[in-house]
Design a protein around this ligand. Sequence first.
Ligand SMILES: CC(=O)N[C@H](C=O)[C@@H](O)[C@H](O)[C@H](O)COP(=O)(O)O
Length: 233
Amino acid sequence: MKNSLIPSLYNQCIVSCQALEDEPLYGSHIMAAMAQAAERGGAAAIRANTPVDIRAIKQACSLPVIGLYKKDYPDSDVYITPTFQEVKEVIEAGAEIVAMDATRQQRPNGETLEGLISRIRESFPETLILADISTYEEGVHAMDLGVDLVSTTLSGYTSYSLQQSEPDIELVGRLAALKRTPVIAEGRIWTVEQCQECFRQGAYAVIIGSAITRPMEITKRFVRAVQEVTGTK
Ligand SMILES: CC(=O)N[C@H](C=O)[C@@H](O)[C@H](O)[C@H](O)COP(=O)(O)O
């Protein structure tokens, strides 16, 4: 399974199905329906947050799941699967791939990225690791640590990374040019043209979230566009 999973993602679309507690679509049954829609639409995998959503999605659809667990800790800005505890819960919920913050930011409880990765390899040898990074240097470092996939998820979401409203396709291109670990393009991909450009720049796969699964954000974009053209507010 582990060996065939990565090739199954090659040149494919992955859909992120996430809604936080304060979002109207919050709820595992809704995320499971989103995942079913993505599967019927031809997605190759689902990215999902929290053990409860991962379980519901695994029951509702047959696609592999990239699982994460967003959690805030008082002593750290790392929130995507920050510690071994969240990694364990994500894997026990059925995710084949665990997505975790692989930035250079300080982790909670004094854990290090190196230590965490070796602990995952030891305890869960069947699980693949996807590193969510925000800069080129972090991507290279994650590759050096032997992760299975690198994703540009956090570009624009750390204080020191490039801040822009467009997806960071240049980062995808630079990391893909190394021809090492497969690079996934993720973050602020809103149009099919941006999605195609990611592949032209060497993306192994793309992950699209809000543009497919966050109707409130989609509505806002239309409303803003209308206001711009009509001058109303
Ligand atoms: C920065 C962060 O916390 N990203 C999260 C990672 O899991 C999700 O909130 C995003 O929706 C996901 O990365 C997909 O990106 P977009 O929704 O922009 O297509």
